[in-house]
Each structure stands twice: as C-alpha cells, then as structure tokens.
Write a protein that binds this ligand. Structure first.
Ligand SMILES: [Zn+2]
Length: 294
C-alpha cells in the first residue's frame, strides 16, 4: 500500500523517543522474543524479565536534542522509502478517516520507540510489542518489531502489514473515545472474553480504514495513498493471522489453549479484518455476537 509521492505529510505529529539502542548487531535476543510472546499472549509487560533472560544489551543514548526526530518525513515519497515516515504518513490518513466516522474524534499521540522508553502503561520496547496506552492516549511502536514478525511469526511484514498493525492500535484509540473499554471492562482471558472482543473489533476497524484509506486527502486535496493491491491485502491478512494467539502459542512451542487467548485466533483476526474491509465500521459488532459467531 503505497503513498502518492507528492502527498504532503509534513504536518504529522509523530515523534521519536527512547534511550538505548540494541547492540550485538541489532539482533533481537531470545529474551526479547520470550518477553514479546508473553506480552502478546497475556497483555502484560515482561520487559523487566529481560536482564534475567539475557536479552537486553542496551546502551544509554542521548535523547534527540529538540524536535521530533522525524522532520525528514515531508512527502509521500518519504513515506514510501522510510519505515518511520510510512508510519508518520499513515497517522494522517487514519485521523482523516476517523474524524469522518466518529463524532468527537481527537487524534492520539504517536511515539516511535528507539530501544525503550517509559510510559504510563509500562516500558515500551520491541519486547512489549506495539500498544496503545489509554491513560495518555498514545500509540507506541518500536519498528524493530517488523523484523521480529518476520523471524518469529513467519509474517512478511510488508508495507500494508506494518500499516495494519498501526491501524489496529488506532482502533484501540477509537474504542477509547467511544467508551468501549469502559462499557466492556476486562473480564479475564478466554475465547469470548471482552479482551478478545476488543482486539477483534480493533482488527475490524483496521480493515474498515484500509478500505477507505485511498480516499483520504491532504490539505492540498491530493489523495495520500493508492488503493491496496491484492498482494498487499494478502500480506496484511497474513500479519493478522501471524499475530493470532493460537499461532503465537504454536510458534512458542506450546499447545493451543483458547482459555489463555487475549487477541483471538488467526482465523478470527483475519475474518474480522475482512469484515471491516468489506462492510465498514458499522459491521464491527464484536460485542453483539455470540461466542460461537465471534
Ligand atoms: Zn490490540
């Protein structure tokens, strides 16, 4: 899913934050992977385990002095050639869509994490995986997560797959604005828990946005993005599948235990993404269907 090269993305508000970049060749250590799997399966933050697991060789680095660290992201061309700018550009396309679809919408903050950074929701790093923090309405993504998706979950993590992950996190922000988390509080894990319904709705919202992303326009009336190709849609569905709890449990060597699911199965995540893509935001009624239809 590519951007129109002359689209204007210069008014994005994404910033970089972090201290400590991975050393040892930039590879993600096994400790990071274990912590990531635990985080994805349980929703918790296990990055504090990293020293024990031997995976957190980090180096202190100075914060970027002033600025956002992403002034380089000015045009659609930048978004097509740079992973950080792709995310920065996509935030504008997401906000444009959701402003039209949710009354009282206000854009979340977005931070691209380098190494790790502390947040009101715990430490953000590739070990924690991408997440949305409701208490400061901020999305955190560490782009090294893409390589981890490729290596550990067999996903190709191409352009649209990356944008799908971002759109899923934006979906959680929309849920926050709509009061979904307040109306359907955490009632534990399990295949038809509120947690799984919340996650599948965020997948559905991501699909609804992808279907209309190419209609969103910048301040000059130029559309930001081109419509996704079939191959890109397959790639995004592949990503949705790869981060299904059943796949993560299999990849991590465990048996598939639906009672510990917090995100939904691979099949469910693909199906709800496709439901949003085909039928729109109104069809994302994951809290209204029975457990059998979820
Ligand atoms: Zn989620």
């Amino acid at each position: 899913m590519t951007f129109n090269p002359d689209a204007d993305i210069s008014n994005h508000r994404v910033r970089k934050s972090g201290r400590g970049a991975k050393v040892a060749g930039g590879a993600v250590g096994v400790g990071g992977i274990i912590a990531l799997i635990l985080a994805l399966v349980t929703g918790g933050d296990f990055s504090q385990l990293l020293p024990m697991l031997g995976g957190s060789d980090t180096q202190e680095q100075a914060e970027p002095s002033g600025g956002t660290g992403l002034e380089k992201c000015q045009t659609g061309e930048d978004a097509n050639t740079d992973d950080d700018c792709r995310l920065a550009g996509a935030t504008l396309v997401l906000d444009s869509f959701w402003e039209q679809n949710v009354s009282g919408y206000s854009a979340p903050e977005m931070v691209i994490v380098e190494g790790s950074t502390s947040t009101p929701c715990g430490t953000a790093s590739n070990a924690a995986g991408p997440f949305y923090c409701p208490s400061n309405q901020t999305v955190y993504i560490d782009p090294t997560f893409w390589q981890l998706m490729r290596d550990q979950f067999g996903a190709s993590a191409g352009n649209l797959a990356q944008i799908y992950v971002l759109a899923h996190e934006w979906g959680h922000h929309v849920q926050y604005i709509k009061g979904v988390m307040r109306d359907h509080p955490n009632n534990g894990s399990g295949p038809d828990s509120n947690g799984v319904r919340t996650e599948l709705q965020a997948d559905c919202y991501a699909g609804a946005w992808v279907a209309h992303a190419s209609e969103q326009k910048d301040d000059n009336g130029q559309t930001y993005m081109k419509a996704p190709t079939e191959a890109e849609l397959v790639d995004a569905l592949n990503a949705a599948s790869a981060v299904g709890d059943d796949n993560i449990q299999k990849q991590s060597g465990g048996f598939v235990n639906p009672e510990s699911w917090t995100h939904g199965s691979s099949e469910q995540r693909q199906r709800w993404f496709a439901t949003g893509y085909q039928y729109g935001v109104g069809a994302c009624n994951t809290f209204d269907v029975s457990g059998a239809d979820l």
